[in-house]
Every structure is written in structure tokens, then in C-alpha cells.
Design a protein around this ligand. Structure first.
Ligand SMILES: [Zn+2]
Ligand SMILES: [Zn+2]
Length: 206
């Protein structure tokens, strides 16, 4: 039997070797996002990540992003007062972030994403499993896939540079954060399965 590879972002299965430059026909992730399907997988218990979250202080921009995500979460649960408060907080942090812009380079970002994928997700999943927390499991599944997509796009960007973004659109799923590079938003989000109208087109220069 030939080898089979599964896309870790959307679950698409490719039979046979993956050629160089292969891009997932469903979600647009690169070859790097594919994993060979191995029949026997003996579970390995993940170690606790070496860096404690409490040690790494979040930047104002990160705080702003967290608050605006919480605002969206509150809106979905019809908690409008809480939504407005989180939006105010997000604005506050965004404004204080303007003056101390942190410029991340691609390698720094890649390293952060790798750390998430190699250490934080396995560890968080093991805690969610141990507690039977299905809600946490579900959001971890989505965010891990979105993180893999980000990593795949960064790898592509490192190779292709700005050419990658010429004559194409960039779409973000407003529900799960999945990013799609192409002319039109996908019919269904490959990660969370919402329809294309839930995608927002990124405007302007990157
Ligand atoms: Zn895919
Ligand atoms: Zn989505």
C-alpha cells in the first residue's frame, strides 16, 4: 500500500508522495502542513512546556487581541454589556500599543508558532482530556489547525516573499481565524465549516 498524507489543517487526505510545492486543494496549506498517516500510534504523554505562561508578559497588542476576542465571545452569548466593556479594553490596549510597536520578524514568529504546536497544544490537550472538558478540546482543535495554517503561510512567505500576495486576496474567517490566500473565500471554512460570507477580506497593504 502506498503512503498517505493528511492535511493537519483541514483533514484532506492525499494518496502517494507529496511533490515539492504541493498546496492543499481544499485549504491552501503547504506541504509542510501534511503528516504521514501512521497506522499504529502509541500515545506519548506530553511534557509540561518549559516556559511558564506567567513568565512571559503579554504585550499591549496581545492584550488588545485577547480582549477583542473576548468581546466577540460575549456577543455570541448575548452578553452585550460585557461585550462593550471588553471592546473598551481592547481599544485602550490598542491605543497604548501604537507607541511601542514591536516588530517581529518571520523567524521570531515561526519560533513562537513552533513552540505552540510542539509544546503548548499537546500539553493543553492533555489537561483538557484529563478533565473531560469537551468545550476546551473543541476550541483547542480549531486553534491548533489555525496555528498550523499560519505556520504554513509563514513558510511559504519566507520562500516567495511579497510575490505570494500579488494578484490575490487574503481572507480571514471571522469565527475561527483561519486565513485563506486566494481569489475568493472558500465556500466553507476548512476548519470550522462556516459559509464563505463569514470571511472578511483583508484590505490594504500588509
Ligand atoms: Zn488542507
Ligand atoms: Zn473558520
Amino acid at each position: 500500500m502506498g503512503k498517505e498524507y493528511v492535511c493537519t489543517v483541514c483533514g484532506y487526505v492525499h494518496k502517494g508522495e507529496l511533490p515539492d510545492g504541493f498546496i492543499c486543494p481544499v485549504c491552501g496549506a503547504g506541504k509542510d502542513a501534511f503528516k504521514e498517516i501512521v497506522k499504529d500510534s502509541s500515545a506519548v504523554k506530553p511534557d509540561k512546556p518549559s516556559v511558564n505562561l506567567a513568565d512571559s508578559e503579554l504585550s499591549a497588542m496581545e492584550m488588545s487581541i485577547i480582549c477583542s476576542n473576548l468581546a466577540r465571545g460575549c456577543e455570541k452569548q448575548y452578553l452585550f454589556d460585557e461585550k462593550n466593556k471588553f471592546e473598551e479594553l481592547a481599544d485602550f490596549f490598542r491605543n497604548s500599543a501604537v507607541n511601542n510597536k514591536v516588530s517581529h520578524n518571520i523567524r521570531d514568529l515561526s519560533a513562537l508558532l513552533n513552540k505552540d504546536l510542539d509544546e503548548y497544544y499537546p500539553y493543553a490537550n492533555s489537561i483538557a482530556d484529563a478533565n473531560g472538558d469537551r468545550g476546551a478540546k473543541r476550541s483547542l482543535v480549531w486553534s491548533e489547525k489555525v496555528t498550523r495554517m499560519l505556520q504554513s503561510l509563514l513558510i511559504r512567505y519566507e520562500k516567495e516573499g511579497d510575490k505570494m500576495l500579488e494578484n490575490t486576496g487574503v481572507f480571514i474567517c471571522s469565527v475561527c481565524g483561519f486565513i485563506y490566500v486566494g481569489n475568493e473565500a472558500p465556500e466553507l471554512c476548512p476548519v470550522c465549516k462556516v459559509p464563505s460570507w463569514k470571511f472578511e477580506k483583508v484590505q490594504g497593504r500588509m
